[in-house]
Design a protein around this ligand. Structure first.
Ligand SMILES: [Fe+2]
Length: 225
């Protein structure tokens, strides 16, 4: 009887693991054509950036999660710890790029139109003007050494705007648990080199022509109703 109880418990546990499944991630579609942001960002850059770079983060994130699942089920602590950097890098790459695509819009669909409503007011109050904010983001983005991101975010507890940079593929939340990204600009060379070569400031200057402030405003209003 004892053996039967043991077997049935084991069967139940295996079955529930099998039913649990593993959530994996996939490359989101762009909400516009690759060439739709020209001349600010070339179609060639957009296609490579989305199909190759972002896809690679997604692929490697899924691999790391599968390995994590295997290591956790075996109680392999050292492998669990070893996987953390791959999860942060590739998961961060997926999170950041998924936001980045939504931060851009073709000019004919409102790209580059200044923020309206409460985000417009908040920017004027906090930074003095939209131009002052753009200058600050461009300066911090240009000064960031190596690869990374420059962000406009909102602290959802304090309800105030922040400009931050993060290295590599670190998401904004690594700078504070209450920070929500409104706008993230990718300053990795892969985001601009084919068109702007090494001149990151020119890329930063032109990207504002296709920034989707409507999206940033919607996130802001959700976090600061
Ligand atoms: Fe990128």
């Amino acid at each position: 009887m004892a053996l039967r109880t043991l077997v049935s418990r084991k069967t139940l546990r295996t079955s529930s693991l099998g039913l649990r499944g593993l959530q994996t991630f996939s490359l989101p579609d762009l909400p516009y054509d690759y060439g739709a942001l020209e001349p600010a960002i070339s179609g060639e850059i957009m296609q490579l950036h989305h199909q190759k770079h972002h896809q690679t983060y997604v692929t490697n994130f899924n691999k790391a999660i599968e390995q994590l699942d295997g290591a956790a089920s075996k109680g392999d602590a050292s492998t669990i710890v070893k996987l953390q950097s791959a999860i942060k890098f590739n998961g961060g790459g997926h999170v950041n790029h998924s936001i980045f695509w939504k931060n851009l819009a073709p000019v004919r669909e409102g790209g580059g139109e200044p923020p309206k409503g409460s985000l417009g007011w908040a920017i004027d109050n906090h930074f003095g003007s939209l131009d002052a904010l753009v200058q600050k983001i461009n300066a911090e983005g240009a000064a960031l050494q190596g690869s990374g991101w420059v962000w406009l975010g909102v602290d959802k507890e304090l309800k105030h705007l922040v400009v931050e940079t993060t290295a590599n593929q670190d998401p904004l939340v690594t700078k504070g648990p209450n920070l929500v990204p409104l706008l993230g600009i990718d300053v990795w060379e892969h985001a601009y080199y084919l068109q702007y070569k090494n001149v990151r400031p020119d890329y930063l200057k032109n990207i504002w022509k296709v920034i989707n402030w409507k999206y940033a405003g919607e996130v802001y209003e959700k976090e600061c109703p």
